[in-house]
Design a protein around this ligand. Structure first.
Ligand code: 4AD
Ligand code: MG
Length: 430
């Protein structure tokens, strides 16, 4: 028997196929049973009519509990009123396993309960839609770089030095030596870019964040690109092209999922190139105009980012931040050493920073000085300094936080729904 995915049922109208899945819901009258089946790709209604399938099979169908595993065979027909737009007239059925009483029912549950049952929560249509969109975004990002001749160069997870400051490092015991879980692949990206030109890495990164917010995870995925001979402007152009590319892909491929999430897609469709750009100094002016008591030199908090981005209906680049609040490797602006050639991309609708990036210091002496100023151990960075000793060139790169991007494109309140198993403060089960 031919098996089919629910999302592809439109290709099988009038045919007999088997769908392999789980019972999402079931209701029965004396003569007819409706099974809502999910298979990970969508929902489908199966109709079991006693007169057609006989007493025995009908009795089996009535036994089905929520989340029982089942293979259902039948004829596919169009049914606009039915979930997913198709229905199956069931002719045969095989129970693979009958589920015990399922903890997640169709009534509302508190978020703590759902988080404790994340391994089951991901089966619900809403969560599954988010995870499918996440997958599409990851594929789109990889395609984007592949089409532009970038080399995928994976960065290590275990590192001997900090990239993004020492306050949120996860320390590990590397057989007696101190090691850290990577906060960013950037430093290795820079080495790989000097070897391969244009590269990216895509992997998990770790930050021992000590605060609970709706934007922070302790383990998150970052796609990080690094390009030799790119300045800050070329860097921002690549980023906006990438974001635009991903949006078009999600709009084209994830209509059903966006629908399930009730995402206002008009807001995404309205985003055009190029994205607006504003300096940190001008952004501070916007905050003051909005009545905020903000001092030049301070870092933006989430509410500040929301105020700034509310002036635009596309993502906005905020560039040239104060040197003092940015990482040690950022290149100072030759026109004003108080600011660096870095840029963050703030998503619209209050989703905050989704990309951090910039141009890197390419001068050996200045980089050595910065490492000292930031009280970082120079021995651990000797290899990184070598990149400035042997054929140093202007270069730039960036890192996109995958989960924040998923939250924005899906229109989610909280980052915990953007990854199958989120790692949050004091939460690592399951
Ligand atoms: O701005 P960040 O710290 O930049 C870097 O790590 C650079 N070294 C990247 C580079 O240039 N190669 O982090 C980049 C992005 C942020 O814009 C944000 O989207 C995401 O990573 N991010 C987090 N996402 C979820 N939870 C956290 N705790 C995050 N911290 C950063
Ligand atoms: Mg940042």
């Amino acid at each position: 028997m031919k098996t089919a995915l629910i999302k592809n049922l439109h290709r099988h109208v009038g045919e007999q196929v088997t769908v392999q899945g789980w019972v999402y819901n079931q209701r029965s009258s004396g003569k007819i049973t409706f099974i809502i089946l999910r298979d990970g790709s969508g929902l489908m209604q199966g109709v079991v009519v006693k007169q057609e399938v006989g007493e025995a099979l009908f009795a089996e169908a009535r036994k089905l509990t929520q989340e029982s595993a089942v293979k259902v065979t039948g004829i596919v027909r169009e049914e606009p009123r039915s979930v997913g737009g198709h229905e199956m007239q069931v002719t045969d059925m095989e129970i693979v396993s009958l589920a015990e009483e399922y903890p997640i029912t169709h009534k509302e549950h508190g978020v703590d309960f759902l988080a404790e049952h994340r391994h089951l929560w991901i089966r619900t249509p809403r969560q599954a839609a988010v995870l499918r969109i996440r997958s599409e975004i990851e594929h789109a990002l990889r395609n984007f770089f592949y089409e532009r001749d970038f080399v995928l160069a994976d960065a290590p997870i275990i590192t001997p030095a900090a990239c993004e400051g020492t306050t949120n490092l996860f320390e590990i015991d590397y057989h007696g030596e101190k090691g850290y879980l990577s906060q960013s692949g950037q430093l290795y990206n820079e080495a790989n870019a000097m070897a391969l030109g244009r590269i990216y890495c895509f992997g998990p990164t770790f930050r021992a964040e000590k605060s609970k917010t709706r934007r922070h995870l302790l383990e998150f995925w970052m796609i990080e690109a690094e390009m030799a001979y790119f300045d800050l402007d070329a860097n921002m152009e690549l980023q906006e092209e990438m974001i635009h590319y991903v949006i078009q892909r999600v709009l084209a491929k994830c209509t059903n999922e966006l629908n399930v999430l009730e995402r206002d897609v008009e807001k995404l469709k309205a985003i055009k190139l190029p994205f607006p750009r504003i300096s940190y100094t001008d952004a501070v002016e916007l905050l003051k105009q909005a009545g905020e008591d903000f001092t030049w030199g301070d870092d933006f908090g989430a509410p500040h980012e929301t105020i700034i981005s509310s002036h635009f209906n596309a993502p906005v680049f905020v560039h040239r931040y104060p040197t003092a609040i940015k990482a040690f490797y950022m290149k100072p602006d030759p026109n004003d050493a108080n600011v660096v050639l870095g840029a963050d991309l703030l998503a619209p609708e209050g989703y905050g920073e989704i990309i951090g990036g910039g141009q890197r210091i390419d001068d050996l002496a200045l980089l050595e000085q910065r490492i000292a100023e930031h009280k970082l151990p120079q021995e651990a960075f000797e290899w990184y300094l070598d990149l400035r000793r042997y054929g140093s060139v202007p270069h730039s790169g960036f890192g996109l936080g995958l989960e924040r991007t998923v939250a924005w494109l899906c229109g989610l309140e909280h980052i915990r729904e953007t990854i199958p198993f989120p790692r949050m403060l004091h939460k690592m089960y399951p």
